[in-house]
Design a protein around this ligand. Structure first.
Ligand code: NAP
Length: 504
């Protein structure tokens, strides 16, 4: 008989507000209403800290997707959103941000329950991050503008020519499970500011905060049909969204494999596409660092959010002279990063999002060991009553051919390698199909700039890692993506440029 004994890894009790939300019937959000699906298919929602089913969501049918796209199409075509004064769009998006802030604690708890991340982290990172995406982009509503341009080949004064910026149209937005609400707001904010309408599909593992956001969307005063939220599987509902003829743009964040598939599928109707995809980001530690600072920095680069971060610093390159000391410093952070249930106030690292992902991460560690890697920290799962926990792991004695070095694990696993000089480490850092982020640790300004120039990635951090700000463009080189999100580039991705030439 398997007797369950209470453990440090047992999930804590949910609040009454969370219990009430979880008891809702599965619904979709279309035309500002919670509506039933055309069929009965649902998907189980699990708490990764316990492995228990806690609710169900709709697995949207093709008919459901068609209905959501039709609502977004109508709302776009009649101009009920794009035709409003930009000030009104700005205020409405900001009102949504206000409401989110007012319900921050509830959203942080739901995110923790649904995703497995510590509630404290969701409260410190995910929810404020979502709010800042909305606020920053809201301000662009009134600031997108074309220009008047003197033609090059036409005599002056014979034509009047100018450009205008117009919203792209109906957007299909598909987001992953690692920062569910933050990713959702990162997608909807620029689309709304530009005047687009949209259908959002959160990942099927983590749809709860997007559904709760729907309540606030109504309260904030968005016209019906501007924001529609579909839950369901990627290969069915997501696929239908991407191929739908009435969708003008697809914005996707997720794996490189699915990103490539989506890009191919969207080509049939030449939809606008932006892709934010996977990574295998290097962290380079030069010999001049203060190890006491760099070691917790390198540990945080990989163990934050249990390594389920697209820019996780999963390849560590430490100069031979500091390698051993650095690894000792990282090992010393093990108690801080020890996994705990998401509602434990002491938690810094939570559970992995699902059993599938948990097994995948452990499978990579086993493959690394089979290939000859040695575990110097972690390398296993703590025993728990059903939660999907993995201990923070450091692997050494690795080589560039191993899957743990080449592939994105998306878990708390870092491979550490030694190097001797700058050119060698730049080459090693670039020896990947990815190019999303890179961290450099050095006190030498010249080394910092030299390496920043050599490394091929969308973002380079100096003496920090994964610092992301809504005003700064974010995206990938190589197979890490297409286009940029955030900053001015973020809103541009939701605009078409129209040129008008009038003979005088
Ligand atoms: P994923 O498997 O690619 O899924 C992402 C989303 O795509 C989910 O909503 C998924 O639905 C949906 N999807 C799956 N197949 C689809 C299809 N054929 N057509 C349309 N949609 C489809 O990625 P994930 O495992 O959720 O997330 C982890 C990945 O995201 C990692 O590779 C990570 O690096 C990347 N990521 C990148 C960034 C960035 O900004 N660059 C940020 C965060 C994460 P289901 O849930 O039903 O499968």
């Amino acid at each position: 008989m398997n007797v369950m004994t209470p453990s440090m890894l047992d999930q804590r009790a949910y609040s009454d507000a969370a219990k009430q939300f979880l008891s809702r019937a599965p619904r979709l959000f279309i035309n500002n209403e919670f509506v039933s699906s055309s069929h009965d298919a649902t998907i189980a929602v699990e708490d990764p800290s316990s492995g228990r089913e806690i609710a169900r969501i709709v697995d949207a049918s093709d008919a459901d997707v068609n209905r959501a796209v039709a609502a977004a199409r109508r709302a776009f075509d009649d101009g009920r959103w794009s035709g409003l004064p930009p000030m009104v769009r700005d205020r409405t998006i900001n009102r949504l941000a206000d409401l989110l802030e007012a319900h921050a604690d509830e959203f942080a708890e739901l995110e923790a329950i649904d995703n497995g991340k510590p509630k404290g982290m969701a409260a410190a990172v995910d929810i404020p991050g979502a709010v800042s995406q909305l606020r920053f982009m809201a301000g662009w509503s009134a600031k997108v503008a074309g220009e008047t341009t003197q033609p090059y080949t036409i005599p002056n004064g014979t034509v009047f020519s100018y450009t205008v910026k117009e919203p792209v149209g109906v957007c299909a937005q598909i987001v992953p499970w690692n920062f569910p609400l933050l990713m959702a707001c990162l997608k909807i904010a620029p689309a709304l500011a530009a005047g687009c309408t949209l259908v959002l599909k959160p990942a099927e593992q983590t749809s709860l905060t997007a559904l709760r956001l729907a309540d606030l969307i109504v309260e904030a005063g968005f016209p019906a049909g501007v924001i529609n939220i579909i839950t369901g599987n990627g290969h069915t509902a997501g696929d239908r969204m991407v191929k739908h003829p009435d969708v003008d743009k697809v914005a996707f964040t997720g794996s490189t494999e699915i990103g490539k598939l989506i890009n191919r599928n969207a080509t049939a109707t030449l939809k606008r596409v932006t892709l934010e995809l996977g990574g295998k980001s290097p962290v380079v530690v030069m010999p001049d660092v203060d190890v006491a600072e760099a070691a917790p920095g390198a540990a945080g680069a990989i163990f934050f959010n249990a390594g389920q971060v697209c820019v996780a610093g999963s390849r560590l390159y430490a100069h031979r002279s500091v390698f051993d000391q650095l690894l000792e410093g990282i090992a010393a952070t093990a108690p801080f990063w020890a996994p705990r249930p998401s509602l434990d106030p002491e938690a810094h690292m939570g559970a992995i999002v699902s059993k599938e992902q948990h097994d995948k991460v452990l499978g990579y560690i086993e493959a690394g060991k089979r290939d000859g890697a040695s575990v110097v920290m972690g390398g296993d799962a703590p025993s728990s009553n059903g939660g999907y926990f993995v201990n923070p792991t450091v692997l050494v004695n690795v080589n560039p051919q191993m899957s743990v070095v080449r592939e994105e694990i998306f878990g708390p696993v870092v491979v550490a390698q030694r190097f001797d000089d700058l050119d060698e480490v730049a080459k090693a850092a670039n020896d990947t199909c990815f190019g999303l982020g890179a961290g450099i640790w050095t006190k030498d300004v010249s080394t910092m700039h030299k390496l920043a120039a050599k490394i091929k990635s969308g973002t380079v951090w100096g003496n920090c890692h994964a610092v992301i700000d809504t005003a700064l463009p974010f995206g990938g080189y190589k197979e890490s993506g297409l286009g940029r999100e955030q900053g001015r580039a973020g809103i541009e991705a939701y605009l078409e440029t129209k040129t008008v030439i009038i003979k005088m």
